[in-house]
Design a protein around this ligand. Structure first.
Ligand SMILES: Cc1ncc(COP(=O)(O)O)c(C=O)c1O
Length: 480
């Protein structure tokens, strides 16, 4: 069994095994014609259940053959131009190479003595990101597992900085279309049930600052403590960016922590054309960035950045076995001092490889292309009488629904759209997402693939209309 350990004696086997795996994936990419096969849970589950995990195959080729059956054949492929559903991007090759290197070397970024150069690389990337945001000389941060954890950590710091000894008094203000991880964080942080105050959005799905000002004032009058405002720079559904400069002004006025959730909108930090859309982000106390959403990085790759490095002390715990306090005076850089995690992947390497091979402009160019594609898609939808489209995109999502010519019952329109999404998924021809707007069911394209064309968008819209019409035809038949 020692022959399976990766070390000096097994380097050749490592090369062969990994190359075999890479060859399988490369062949798969070449042969994939649709983003999904449409496999059902009922068809796939028994294939996985059947496998006896106590009887290994002892042969990499056989295991890869099996993997084809249980995973590769029916996986959802984000690189396919007709995968248009969630905030998953196709990944860039330098990052995939980084992924292969980081798991083979297997550094853990918690302490210097488990990582060395990895620690310094991560720190450089944090500084680079903070500089792109404009957070100033005292900024710092740490890589995290994703936007959810970044938001949680930011709100933990905000909670600790808030001037109160009663958690029940703390209030967090976030737009009604902010990410659910804000509410989840509030719960995890022990805040009260009503701690997150939803702020209405305007027609463009941006936080209404007049309403925010009103709620902040009400909070003060009620003797409560405005712990944080979470401004979203790129909402999950609409890609809308809250008015950051105005929100920053209000936060300054009320002494409130400003967290900017730029999990999605962080791609603009590299943009060559649209960077100004997130102007004001430099005034944040903390920022969430998900490189795995808009920097074309494999899952996971995210970071939380802070304006004032000293606030990260709220996540510090000194354990004698790992990062004793004396190491701080010895100036040993232990990233665990800043992180919610202990053992932690060297995800930063993927971004490092990307910046060193492609450069930030390369990423920005790709992100600009998907923003432009979304604008083209919006024009197509706005001109197409078969569809109702919600807002003109600031980033790269389109929220719309099919409006059948002869149907006026909104519930029936809901059902037709729900059916169309399901039928499309089952066919595997394209994958789209769904959401609710004003209580009604809508469909969503999240465009993160520069290989997607307007022809793809047109074709998927035709497929959606076809499925919706099919549903309505069948429903008429059922009624008669
Ligand atoms: C605006 C926003 N914030 C946070 C998150 C959570 O990010 P993650 O899925 O990486 O935890 C998302 C995910 O879609 C998001 O859209």
């Amino acid at each position: 069994m020692r022959s399976h350990l990766l070390n000096d004696t097994t380097a050749e086997q490592y090369r062969r095994s990994v190359t075999e795996g890479v060859e399988r994936v490369a062949a798969k990419l070449g042969a994939t014609r649709r983003p999904f096969t449409g496999v059902t849970v009922d068809a796939l589950a028994p294939r996985i259940e059947r496998i006896d995990l106590d009887r290994p195959l002892h042969d990499t080729t056989a295991v890869l053959d099996e993997l084809e059956e249980v995973y590769l054949r029916d996986a959802i492929y984000f690189h396919h131009p007709r995968y248009l559903a969630h905030l998953n991007c196709p990944v860039v090759i330098p990052a995939v190479l980084g992924e292969a290197v980081l798991s083979a070397v297997n550094s853990s970024l918690d302490t210097w003595d488990q990582s060395a150069g990895g620690t310094l690389i991560e720190r450089r990337l944090i500084d680079w990101t903070a500089a792109r945001i404009g957070l100033g000389e005292n900024a710092d941060g740490v890589f995290t597992s994703g936007g959810t954890q970044s938001n949680l950590q930011a709100l933990l710091l905000a909670r600790e900085e808030a001037k109160t000894d009663t958690l029940a008094k703390l209030r967090v203000f976030a737009s009604e279309v902010s990410h659910f991880s804000v509410k989840k964080s509030a719960k995890l942080l022990g805040l009260g049930q009503d701690a997150v105050v939803p702020i209405p959005v305007d027609h463009d799905k941006r936080m209404q600052t007049v309403a925010l000002a009103r709620e902040l004032e009400r909070c003060r009058k009620d003797g409560l403590v405005p712990m944080a405002v979470v401004a979203t720079a790129g909402t999950t559904d609409f890609g809308s960016i809250d008015p950051l400069p105005e929100i920053a002004e209000l936060c300054a006025q009320y002494g409130t922590w400003l967290h900017v959730d730029a999990a999605y909108g962080c791609g603009l930090l590299a943009s060559l054309k649209y960077r100004d859309r997130i102007d004001g982000i430099e005034r944040a106390d903390s920022v969430t960035v998900d490189y795995h959403k808009s920097f074309f990085q494999p899952v996971s790759s995210s970071a939380v950045l802070v304006r004032d490095a000293s606030t990260l002390r709220h996540a510090t715990y000194h354990a004698e076995y790992l990062n004793p306090r004396r190491m701080v005076t010895e100036r040993i850089p232990n990233q665990v001092d800043k992180s919610l995690q202990t053992t932690r992947r060297f995800d930063a390497l993927k971004l490092w490889m990307t910046l060193r091979v492609m450069g930030a402009d390369g990423i920005g160019e790709l992100f600009d292309q998907v923003c432009d594609l979304a604008s083209d898609g919006w024009r197509m939808l706005a001109a197409d009488p078969r569809f109702d489209v919600v807002v003109e995109p600031t980033l790269s999502t389109l929220v719309f629904r099919h409006i059948p010519a002869a149907v006026t019952d909104p519930a029936e329109i809901d059902r037709a759209n729900l059916y169309a999404r399901k039928a499309l998924f089952a066919s595997g021809d394209a994958v789209v997402a769904g959401t609710k707007v004003g209580g009604r069911h809508y469909l969503k394209f999240t465009l993160l693939n520069p290989e997607t064309t307007t022809a793809d968008i047109a074709a998927v819209l035709d497929l959606i209309a076809g499925h919706a019409e099919q549903y309505l035809g069948d429903s008429l038949d059922r009624a008669s």
